[in-house]
Design a protein around this ligand. Structure first.
Ligand code: NAD
Length: 511
C-alpha cells in the first residue's frame, strides 16, 4: 500500500458531524426525544475480573445513574496477556478494514445519540449544547483518524545502490494503554482509543473513575462496529488501575490525558519499569492566559471571556484562567464582565435555559469553594454568583490578582483570575506568563496588527486564539495540544497524531 498523500494526512476526506439548530423546534424536539428515550440500566464492567460494584451518581442531583464494577488489580495481567495475544492478528487486519470499523462506529454514535447525550448530561453534568458538541467531536475524531489510517499499512521504497532494496513500513506497536479524564468522557476517551486501534494496536482503556458508564457504552459500540473483544478491553477503576496498567511489561505505549502531576508520575513509572521502552503521549492542563489591550473591542472581549472562562463550568483544559487587561480599560472591562456574569444561570444542565451546570463531584466543588473563600478572605474576590443547593454547583467567580505570577496552579472550574498591566509592559507580561511553564491555550484581543503577528509567532502556547474565544478546538481545523507542563504532543485531531502510535521498520534486502 502506498503512503497517504499530504492532503490525505492534512485534510482526509470526510464530513464533520452535523449540528442541530436549537431554533428549529422540530429538530430540537427530536433531539430531546432521543435523550428521553435513553433507558438504562447503565453498567460498566471490566473485561477481566472485577472487585466491588458501586453506584455511579450524578453531579447534578446525586441520583444514581448506574453501576460500575471496578477492575481487580490481580486481573490486569490476564487482560494484558489477552490483549497481547490479540495484537498480531488485529495489526495484520487490513488498514481499510480497521478504518471502516471506525467509520461505522461514528455512524452508530450519531444514530444512538440519545444514550450518549443522556449520559453526558447526567453522568458528566453537561448542558445540551456542550453534550452535542462533544458527541460531534467524538464522531469527527473517528472519521478523521480513519481518513489518515493508511499510514499504518504503508510501505515505501527508499533509494539505495544497485542491488539493494530498501523499504520502510509503519505498523502498530503492541498493547496501548489509554488513560482518560472525566471532562470529555466521550470525545477524549474515544479519540485516544480510535487512534490506537486504527494504527493496529490492541488497547486496554481506563476511563476516569467519575465517568465509567459512557466509556462502557463507547466500548460496546466499537465492539459492535467490529473491533474484536480482546483487542479492546475496558478497565474501569481509580488511579491504581491506571498505574498497574502502566507498570505491566507488555505495555508498548501509553496515551494519557489529565493532570500534569499524574503525567509526571506515569513518566517516572515508565522509566522505572523493567523491559521494553514505551513512549508516553501526554496531554495535560494549563494556566491559560488571555491578554486584552486598550484597542480591543470591549463587547467582544466580554463575550469571549465569558465563553472561555465559564462555559462547561470552566472544566475544559483550554479554558481561560488568567485574564490580563491593560490598566486603562480594566475598570470598564471588569464592570461589564461582572454585569454579564450576573446573567448566567447556574443549575440543572438538562434545563435548556441553564448556562453553567455542576462541577464533576463533591471533591472538585470543595476545592473550588475553598479557593474562592480564600480569595474572599484576602479581599480579592471581585464577584461570585449564587450556586443552587443540592448538586455539585459552583457559581462563576472573578478574582483579582496582584501579579500574574500569583496564579501558577490550574484551578479547574468556573473561576476567572484578572490581573492588569501597564502600557509598555506587553513583552514582560508574556515572559511572566511563560514563566509559569504551561503552554496550552493563549488568547489575545487587540486591533494592533503587529501585536497579533508577534503573539502568533511567540506566545507560549500550543493553541493561540486571536480576537475570539479560546475553547472548542475543531478536529482537523484546530489540532489541539500544548507543550511544556501542558503535554508532550503530538496534537490530537491533527496530522501528526497517528504517527506516534506506530513503530517504523526498515527492511534492506541485497537482491
Ligand atoms: P486526572 O489526572 O486526575 O485523571 C486522569 C486519569 O488518570 C483518570 O483516568 C485517573 O484515574 C488516572 N490516574 C490517576 N492517577 C493515576 C496514576 N498514578 N497512574 C495512572 N493513571 C492515573 O485528571 P482529571 O481530573 O480526570 O481531568 C482533569 C485534568 O485533565 C485537568 O488537568 C485538565 O486540564 C486535563 N485535560 C487536558 C486535556 C488536554 O488535551 N490537554 C484535555 C482534557 C483534560
Amino acid at each position: 500500500p502506498r503512503l497517504p498523500s499530504p492532503s490525505e494526512i492534512y485534510q482526509p476526506q470526510r464530513a464533520n458531524s452535523k449540528g442541530v439548530e436549537f431554533g428549529d423546534r422540530q429538530a430540537l424536539a427530536a433531539l430531546r426525544g432521543s435523550i428521553a428515550a435513553a433507558r438504562g440500566p447503565f453498567m460498566a464492567r471490566p473485561a477481566g475480573g472485577a472487585t466491588k460494584v458501586r453506584a455511579v451518581t450524578s453531579p447534578v442531583d446525586g441520583a444514581a445513574v448506574g453501576e460500575v464494577a471496578e477492575t481487580e488489580e490481580a486481573a490486569i495481567r490476564d487482560m494484558m496477556a489477552a490483549a497481547a495475544r490479540a495484537f498480531p492478528s488485529w495489526n495484520r487486519t487490513g488498514v481499510e478494514a480497521r478504518a471502516g470499523i471506525l467509520k461505522r462506529a461514528a455512524d452508530l454514535l450519531e444514530a444512538r445519540r440519545g444514550v450518549f447525550l443522556a449520559l453526558l448530561q447526567i453522568e458528566a453534568g453537561k448542558t445540551l449544547d456542550d453534550a452535542l458538541a462533544e458527541l460531534r467531536e467524538a464522531a469527527d475524531m473517528c472519521r478523521y483518524y480513519a481518513g489518515q489510517a493508511r499510514l499504518a499499512g504503508a510501505e515505501i521504497r527508499l533509494p539505495g545502490p544497485t542491488g539493494e532494496d530498501n523499504r520502510l513500513r509503519y505498523e502498530g506497536r503492541g498493547v496501548f494503554v489509554c488513560i482518560s479524564p472525566w471532562n470529555f468522557p466521550l470525545a477524549i476517551f474515544l479519540g485516544q482509543v480510535a487512534a490506537a486501534l486504527v494504527t493496529g494496536n490492541a488497547v486496554v482503556a481506563k476511563p476516569a473513575e467519575q465517568t465509567p458508564l459512557i466509556a462502557a457504552q463507547a466500548v460496546a459500540l466499537l465492539h459492535e462496529a467490529g473491533v474484536p473483544r480482546a483487542a479492546l478491553q475496558l478497565a474501569p477503576g481509580a488511579g491504581n488501575i491506571g498505574a498497574a496498567l502502566v507498570a505491566d511489561p507488555r505495555t508498548a505505549g501509553v496515551v494519557f490525558t489529565g493532570a500534569v502531576e499524574v503525567a509526571q508520575h506515569i513518566n517516572r513509572a515508565l522509566a522505572a519499569r523493567d523491559g521494553a521502552l514505551a513512549p508516553l503521549i501526554a496531554e495535560t492542563g494549563g494556566v491559560n492566559a488571555m491578554i486584552v489591550d486598550s484597542t480591543a473591542l470591549i463587547e467582544q472581549v466580554v463575550d469571549d471571556v465569558l465563553a472561555s472562562a465559564f462555559r462547561s463550568a470552566g472544566q475544559r483544559c483550554s479554558a481561560l484562567r488568567l485574564l490580563c487587561v491593560q490598566e486603562d480599560i480594566a475598570a470598564v472591562v471588569i464592570e461589564r464582565l461582572i454585569g454579564a456574569a450576573k446573567e448566567l444561570r447556574i443549575g440543572d444542565p438538562r434545563d435548556l435555559g441553564v448556562h453553567v451546570g455542576p462541577v464533576i463531584d463533591a471533591d472538585a466543588k470543595e476545592k473550588l469553594d475553598r479557593h474562592v473563600a480564600e480569595a474572599r478572605a484576602a479581599g480579592r474576590l471581585l464577584y461570585c454568583g449564587e450556586a443552587p443547593q443540592g448538586g455539585c454547583f459552583v457559581a462563576p467567580a472573578i478574582i483579582r490578582l496582584a501579579r500574574v505570577g500569583d496564579l501558577r496552579q490550574e484551578i479547574f472550574g468556573p473561576v476567572l483570575h484578572v490581573a492588569t498591566w501597564r502600557a509598555g509592559r506587553f513583552d514582560a507580561l508574556i515572559e511572566e506568563i511563560e514563566a509559569g511553564g504551561y503552554g496550552l491555550t493563549f488568547g489575545l484581543e487587540t486591533r494592533i496588527e503587529t501585536r497579533m503577528q508577534a503573539v502568533a509567532r511567540s506566545a507560549p502556547a500550543g493553541n493561540i486564539y486571536i480576537n475570539r474565544n479560546m475553547i472548542g478546538a475543531v478536529v482537523g481545523s484546530q489540532p489541539f495540544g500544548g507543550f511544556g507542563l501542558s503535554g508532550t504532543g503530538p496534537k490530537a485531531g491533527g496530522p501528526d497524531y497517528l504517527r506516534r502510535f506506530l513503530r517504523e521498520i526498515t527492511v534492506t534486502t541485497n537482491t
